[in-house]
Design a protein around this ligand. Structure first.
Ligand code: NAD
Ligand code: UDX
Length: 473
């Protein structure tokens, strides 16, 4: 079996950074170099304030940095030194051209692959870590093979990443499974075993799954589509709950106790966000269309349609409850990240909601414990949506340094991210209530607060998937 001694990771983002830092942490005998074309990001990885917030990440990085873990902008040098290269670059949804709005933009994957082909001076195992459409490895192979020589040979593996943000380090340290796909040739299987050997430094052997290349690529899209599908399913039920008096938490619990269904990923919400779910489902939809499978495409597309519906439904409900107008009213938004324990805002439901509030001429006060002020302004001023000027955003949006400041003189509080510090046993809601305009409304898009308790304080509470009269005749 080939033993991997030197790893290069192209792309120092949310996946490349934590994943390869954990490899360095667990495999002291392997030199790991994470490279990126973005010098600011690399400088941050080499500083005291890492470029991403992730519980447990600091410890892992500070423990191994400059020992067997290095961050560098010298992409070519790291490629040349490595015997295994992870390609962990971004694969966003295409903004223009064929497949715009659905297909994955593979320009960064191609550019990284071409770079490897151009500068490699010895044989390499090239690993797709990025999430890519099924059969992308074929294109990478064509590029690399065109540059192979008798002395330089490339093997391609698919090793999709299943970590979730906010729990990335725990997910990486004890993964449910590691998936490695390879061409079922003697060389492919040898390369697969070499990568398996890296993970087996800390992952039990029975959790390292080996499959063919295409199964591995498709499994990543499939897993994300199925996870998001569960959220859209429970969110669809939340609308029925609100209309009938059923309680979505009770319904989810009752369903989840069926061991065939399981209890995870059944939390109703204001809609899923994050850089992966929507992008990967749209990618699967596009793939299905390309394969001339329109019914399959429509099936998966509905998961995204339901997610958009949930966000819009929440906004409509807020406006309706606030007497059909929020013009000049102050709305306090608690949370901006797409989920707790991350500073990532990509596709956060907060962005859609707040853009709608601005459009309705409300004043919005936002507090999030981990998202930087500039990031919030950038997201809201992004011309992709209804808001198109930075000036307008700055006029209507105030960024606050705590929940009390955001809620002062507000007509309504909207809980968008489920940060623990917004729970009613951590935040002084009586103090918040005292400072608000009356009636004081609270809209919980995360099933986070104890509604009866807050109602007793005087709040008018509206929780997704629940009605005040739930359970009564
Ligand atoms: P990211 O945008 O945070 O990081 C990608 C990095 O790649 C950027 O820093 C960029 O500068 C760099 N890059 C792009 N082209 C390059 C090149 N040619 N050479 C060197 N550097 C280059 O993205 P991410 O969130 O880390 O996602 C990476 C991939 O992993 C995507 O395909 C994504 O779908 C997948 N993924 C993401 C998550 C997640 O939770 N974020 C989870 C699983 C899988
Ligand atoms: C997801 C997948 O979980 C992970 O395996 C994959 O590698 C990347 O995509 P991530 O997007 O980081 O991870 O977070 P996740 O925990 O899946 O949450 C995604 C969104 O769904 C968040 O907005 C979250 O709040 C929401 N969500 C999650 C719900 O609304 N309800 C749930 O029950 C679970």
């Amino acid at each position: 079996m080939t033993t991997v001694k030197n790893i290069c990771c192209i792309g120092a983002g949310y996946v490349g950074g934590p994943t390869c830092a954990v490899i360095a942490y667990k495999c002291h005998d392997i030199k790991v170099t994470i490279v990126d074309v973005n010098p600011t990001r690399i400088a941050a990885w080499n500083s005291d304030k890492l470029p991403i917030y992730e519980p447990g990440l600091d410890k892992v990085v500070f423990d191994r940095r400059d020992k067997n873990l290095f961050f560098s902008t010298n992409v070519d040098g790291a490629i040349q030194e490595a015997d295994l290269i992870f390609v962990s670059v971004n694969t966003p949804t295409k903004k223009a051209g064929m497949g715009a709005g659905r297909a994955a933009d593979l320009a960064y994957v191609e550019s990284a692959t071409r770079r490897i082909a151009q500068v490699a001076t010895s044989s390499k195992i090239v690993v797709e870590k990025s999430t890519v459409p099924c059969r992308t490895a074929q294109s990478m192979r064509t590029i690399l093979e065109a540059n192979s020589t008798k002395e330089i040979h490339f093997d391609i593996l698919s090793n999709p990443e299943f970590l979730a943000e906010g729990t990335a380090i725990d997910d990486l340290l004890s993964p449910d499974r590691v998936l490695i796909g390879a061409l079922q040739t003697p060389e492919g299987i040898k390369a697969q075993q070499a990568l398996a050997g890296v993970y087996q430094h800390w992952v039990p052997k029975d959790r390292v799954l080996t499959t063919n290349l295409w199964s591995s690529e498709l499994s990543k899209l499939a897993a994300n589509a199925m996870l998001a599908q569960r959220i859209s399913s429970v969110n669809a039920l939340s609308a029925i709950c609100e209309a009938t008096g059923a309680d979505v938490d009770e319904v989810a619990y009752a369903c989840g106790r069926d061991t065939r269904l399981g209890s995870k990923f059944l939390k109703a919400s204001v809609g899923f966000g994050g850089s992966c779910f929507q992008k990967d489902i749209l990618n699967l939809v596009y793939l299905s269309e390309q394969l001339n499978l329109p019914e399959v495409a429509a099936y998966w597309h509905q998961v995204v349609v339901m997610n958009e519906y949930q966000k819009k439904r929440f906004v409509r409900n807020i406006i309706k409850t606030l007497f059909n107008t929020i013009t000049n009213k102050k709305i306090a938004v608690l949370g901006f990240a797409f989920k707790k324990d991350t500073g990532d805002t990509r596709e956060s439901a907060a962005i859609t909601l707040i853009k709608d509030f601005i459009q309705e001429s409300a004043h919005v006060a936002i507090y999030d414990p981990k998202v930087e002020r500039e990031q919030i302004y950038m997201d809201l001023a992004d011309s992709g949506g209804v808001v198109d000027t930075r000036q307008q955003v700055e006029k209507q949006v105030q960024i606050c340094s705590n929940a009390y400041e955001a809620a002062q003189d507000a007509d309504a509080i909207v809980v968008v991210t489920e940060w623990d510090e917004f729970r009613d046993d951590q935040l002084d809601y009586a103090k918040i209530y005292a400072g608000m305009h009356k009636p004081a409304f609270l809209f919980d898009g995360r099933l986070l607060v104890n509604a009866p308790k807050l109602r007793k304080m005087g709040f008018k509470v509206n929780v997704i998937g629940k009605t005040e009269l739930a359970g009564t005749a």
